[in-house]
Design a protein around this ligand. Structure first.
Ligand SMILES: Nc1ncnc2c1ncn2[C@@H]1O[C@H](COP(=O)(O)OP(=O)(O)OP(=O)(O)O)[C@@H](O)[C@H]1O
Ligand SMILES: N[C@@H](CCO)C(=O)O
Length: 340
């Protein structure tokens, strides 16, 4: 369970009543997630999501998230809307901890996203990039290429306890990626930074896990069925095309981890429906996807080697992205062809 900070019934009750929001009916700690503590809270009038920030997010970042989510919601991006307290401002602490209270979004993620779902993901990313153009609030990316060196050093040769030779392989990959990084030449803006399949909801999705895909066409939602995009807590200023690379690295593979060019093509096409990818951005995607696969391998390995005591959490497999990293490094044409 992703519960690092336990909130009591009295804490949640105080949150709702002190802010004259609602009457508490029930609340529960959420299983999914690895970074923050998440509680779902049922009030008599509405359902709320309480995110208590644990790491990677500093309290001074919270106004950025409030501005971002408000701006996106106002522009029709189906993202969590910050909930205001009694003073009319977004609620940014719960039980004395830095936190955010937001609206609950309907829908479910898809486990094995077909090209249509990938198209929906690309579209949402481009929508976010367009809507945040010119946004005043700024947040530097704490997990940019230069920070990957720090993560590699912090993990050190303990990486070899995860897999033989992992440290040397990641160090080689990082040097190669850094030498080819196209970052300085590409448009920058606000990225989501973590748009994996578990962070995009589709209306009607999820039926596949209970009834089988044949039984319910809603198990294969279309791009129009996107009902929610969550988990903006890695959002920051970065190269925009890197955001697409993160989603390509996490969506364009089948259930057995095989690269699916049709998914990659659909995602890039969906992106193009809302924002034109420049030739330089398209040309940069092969290296950006290498970087994305490396970034998530490093953060997962760091979390694996530095578990938080007492947390109810399922850590993510640090090796799951390695075959993807190797594929992106060995066959850069795989991504280039998807953009062509
Ligand atoms: N606004 C929302 N509406 C509905 N469910 C939500 C919402 N926000 C979070 N959740 C639920 O809580 C879970 C954890 O939330 P979130 O992804 O923000 O946590 P996290 O620890 O930052 O996760 P990650 O490991 O993906 O970074 C989600 O997978 C989802 O099931
Ligand atoms: N989406 C991330 C977890 C949050 O950063 C991962 O799968 O490693």
């Amino acid at each position: 369970m992703a519960v690092f900070t336990e909130l009591s019934r009295a804490d949640i009750d105080a949150l709702l009543t002190d802010n004259e929001l609602d009457a508490l009916v029930d609340y529960t700690g959420v299983e999914e997630g690895t970074e923050n503590t998440t509680y779902l809270v049922d009030g008599a009038r509405a359902r709320y999501v309480v995110s208590v920030f644990e790491r990677w997010v500093e309290p001074q970042d919270i106004p950025f998230f409030v501005d971002l989510l408000t701006r996106l919601s106002d522009a029709g991006v189906p993202c969590p809307r910050p909930v205001a307290g009694r003073d009319g401002r977004a609620i940014t602490s719960v039980a004395g901890r830095p936190a955010l209270v937001t609206s609950f979004l309907p829908g479910r993620p898809v486990d094995d996203p077909a090209p249509e779902a990938c198209r929906g993901c690309g579209r949402v990313l481009a929508h976010i990039h367009r809507v945040t153009e010119g946004m005043d609030s700024h947040r530097p990316n704490m997990l940019s290429l230069t920070d990957w060196y720090g993560l590699l050093d912090a993990c050190g040769t303990r990486l070899d306890t995860i897999a033989d030779g992992l440290h040397a392989e990641l160090a080689r990959a990082l040097d190669r990626i850094a030498a080819a990084w196209p970052g300085d030449d590409l448009p920058r803006g606000v990225i989501h930074g973590d748009l994996f399949p578990d962070n995009l909801f589709f209306a009607g999705a999820g039926a596949a896990t209970t009834a089988g895909p044949e039984a319910d066409p809603a198990a294969h939602p279309t791009a129009d069925d996107v009902s929610g995009v969550i988990d903006f807590f890695f959002a920051a200023h970065e190269v925009l095309a890197y955001d697409l690379a993160v989603s390509l690295a996490s969506w364009a593979f089948d259930g057995r981890g095989r690269f699916e060019p049709a998914r990659a093509r659909a995602m890039v096409a969906g992106y193009g429906e809302r924002r034109t990818l420049s030739p330089a951005e398209a040309a940069g995607l092969p290296v950006l996807t290498q970087g994305a696969a490396l970034r998530f391998t490093l953060t997962r390995a760091y979390d694996w080697l530095n578990p938080k005591p007492d947390a109810r959490i399922r850590p993510k497999d640090p090796l799951a992205m390695m075959p993807r990293l190797r594929l992106f490094l060995d066959q850069p044409r795989a991504i280039a062809d998807a953009c062509g």
